[in-house]
Write a protein that binds this ligand. Sequence first.
Ligand code: NAD
Length: 428
Amino acid sequence: MSETINAFQMAQRQFDGVAKQLNLDPQVSEILRMPLREFKFQIPVRMDDGSIRSFTGYRVQHNDARGPHKGGIRFHPSETLDTVRALAMWMTWKCSVADIPLGGGKGGVPVDSATLSISEKERLCRGWVQQMWKNIGPRNDVPAPDVGTTPQMMGWMMDEYSKLVGHYTPGVITGKPLGGGGSLGRTEATGYGAIYTVREAMKHLKMDPTKCVAAMQGFGNVTQYASIGFKEILGGKVACVSCWDNQDKTSYTYSHKDGVDPKFLQSITDQYGTINKDKARAAGYVIEDGDAWITKEADVLMPGALEGQVNAETIKKMSSRVKIVAEGANGPTTPEADDFFKKNNIFNIPDFLANAGGVTCSYFESVQNDMNYYWTKAEVLERLDTKMTQAFHSVLEMSESEKVYMRDAAYMVAIARVVKAMELRGWI
Ligand code: NAD
């Protein structure tokens, strides 16, 4: 994201606006606009060449009134304490809007995973847990994967925690690999969850999904399954996806005149989300610059990569056909872009509602870990659909009854539930 957009200031600005609308007691706002706890630590890692490199680690615990802190660990070169704070705050709202009994947290390490060998990654993951294990746990704070971290890394982290506490503790971390305490359906959960909300929005707006086109940014976990879901669950067409190219250190948009085939693109994508350009061209794909995704003739836009991508500059290039912006990524839309959506009657499915499928399935994973009994993929996805549909409609209802924009309605639902839990626990 650009240097001028500070994710935490943006998260606070969004919160402050809604706190005012909710007439929230300023003393309560003061608690909620800052994290309850923050950790910053050094992780010394022995590199393969024998040298020692010290990485910075973060964990921010925003609020646990409704249950243990929950949130991913992101490995990304531009990670900062403020990004982690913003993401932790959004996790509180996300768990609350999805109505799962968890609070908000987030972690990170400023690093480009692609520059580390597998064994260096493993030592970095174990090192992160060695610094944090006393402050995480199934009843305390449960991390998960995010940008740049994988199920395998969660497996290593769970193993390190289990060694340190002296007993197998799968519920300390979610997004673990299948066979290592993971849940079926977790890989698809965020992308499919977003598509369930798009389906409900289309019903509300009386749009026929089979006649609709989507343009998506990103082609990682979220957008791969959102694009598959848009095609296979809704019967729509995906005009393009846009993603980062690790070799060229720039982003590209991949489109196809018949709509992209996400499963084919998946088959030519490496583990860091870089699409093989030669194979894509050979299959008839047009490759343009990374920002071209937002200019496509589409009914639905899904920014599913990083923060701040839909902003005052990029919205100038948006097609007037766009009716729905479904935020797969966290914090992809700046307040200026929000104002534009409000003025132009563009229906917004805010990030912490649209992408709540991941954390909802993570919650299902910890429930299954606790029961030591595992559901089928169909059972997981059915429960996910039920939760996402309920979450969407509770926000839509609030939006209609209070005559507010969907993002504000989602905040109102989420904040009211957190405040209620704080009251019930006697915090306020
Ligand atoms: P990922 O690492 O799997 O994929 C990220 C994608 O973004 C990659 O395809 C990468 O190429 C692309 N990208 C990076 N920089 C780009 C740029 N400048 N232009 C275009 N594309 C770019 O990550 P993910 O898990 O898919 O997460 C994406 C977003 O969704 C993040 O904001 C994350 O916090 C959020 N999210 C993820 C989950 C989840 O379960 N994975 C859940 C909730 C929210």
